[in-house]
Design a binder for this molecule. Sequence first.
Ligand code: NAD
Length: 435
Amino acid sequence: MKIGVVGTGYVGLVTGTCFADSGNAVTCLDINADKVARLQRGEIPIYEPGLEELVVRNARAGRLRFTTDTAAAIRDAEVVFLAVGTPPAADGSADLSALWKVVESIGPHLRADAVVVTKSTVPVGTCAGIERRLKAALGRDCRVASNPEFLKEGAAIEDFQKPDRVVVGVRAAEVGEVLRSLYAPFLRTENPFLVMAPESAEMTKYVANALLATKISFINEVANLCERMEADIDDVRRGIGHDSRIGFAFLFPGAGYGGSCFPKDVQALAAMARDKGVAPRILTAVHETNRAQKQVLGEKIAAHFGGHLAGRKVAVWGLAFKPRTDDVRDAPALDLIERLLAEGAAVTVFDPEATENVRAMYGDRLAYAATPMEALDGADCLAIVTEWGDFRRPDFDEMARRMKSRTIFDGRNLYAPREMRARGFAYHAIGKAPV
Ligand SMILES: NC(=O)c1ccc[n+]([C@@H]2O[C@H](COP(=O)([O-])OP(=O)(O)OC[C@H]3O[C@@H](n4cnc5c(N)ncnc54)[C@H](O)[C@@H]3O)[C@@H](O)[C@H]2O)c1
């Protein structure tokens, strides 16, 4: 099949590459000329495990092309995926300005039988809005579908090629069949291909993210309570998780959720609810709880030093909002860094992949270490914000030698408190008594 993908970010690039890898002819379109030039040279602008090899292989095979030329990307395409960003506007609702620009620009180039598919996470009713706008511009009906994306950064290829389910929202069964045949290579293990109305598909994406965010905020609130109750959140987690009605997924306490999806999607769903006169009480609480949780590490550090951080040196391990990505959008590490800098601390950061994205934001206001150990030289404490595998089994003896004070604030509960005490560290985790 001939496919156009508009937007070559985390979602568009993975979508285009995986469809090329299953034998389709894919042209990816982006307005960012620098990004397109890099992709044409085989350079991958983001860090996503396994992506580079797939891009290079499919580009060499002539199945995957990158362009800034709208006509070239759209005129032959039987299916056009829209994968541009939908960031939060000031009131929390989704800002669709990029999407509407794309709809306007691709319209004149669309084949009469093309199917336009939204992969971007868009408010309920957007698919209908695209249908209306295209009809007004072209004077004919266009086939539009919703196909929300559930991939996780860090495991995006695997998620795309082996999805738990594919959700499509369509008005006509035949449009569903076009998408079913496109996805067939990824559904050979009989995972479901769910066809519904576009409104339900759009809603499904927000509800999935909002529920996952709710689980995280819930366990974080309970973890904070455990600290005051002399209970241990990991014991409590085990105690509840074995209940088959509850389970363990997404019930790990931490420094708050970040990334380009959960924070914005919770707010966007709340904005949709308010717009329809439904009070989003749980969604509002989930968002507020998360905002507060992103302050917890900073509060613990400030309290430890009696509120005086000026002149202290703090090492931060982990900048990406989660491991195996370089994405720092809304990352909890940024909240911590802001606070430490505001209170006069000197901050040295390390991340295996995301350092350059943070350097672009902070420049010389931070020091950047080339290794986790280098970040610790002379540090008064270490804060761990992302659970990269690199941090799970460090050389504690070397850490002790390099740090001025053996004090760790662990926002991801990576280590056993008893072991840390035995090694002479002051260790502050989330949801358990400090040692
Ligand atoms: N990142 C994720 O893990 C993830 C997962 C599921 C769904 N989503 C959703 O997918 C959408 C895209 O997210 P992302 O993380 O890939 O965003 P992104 O910011 O990484 O990429 C968006 C791309 O669109 C391009 N773009 C903007 N305007 C354009 C235009 N007019 N024409 C062509 N290209 C244009 C940008 O240059 C950029 O390369 C969002 O709605 C997001 O909520 C993201």
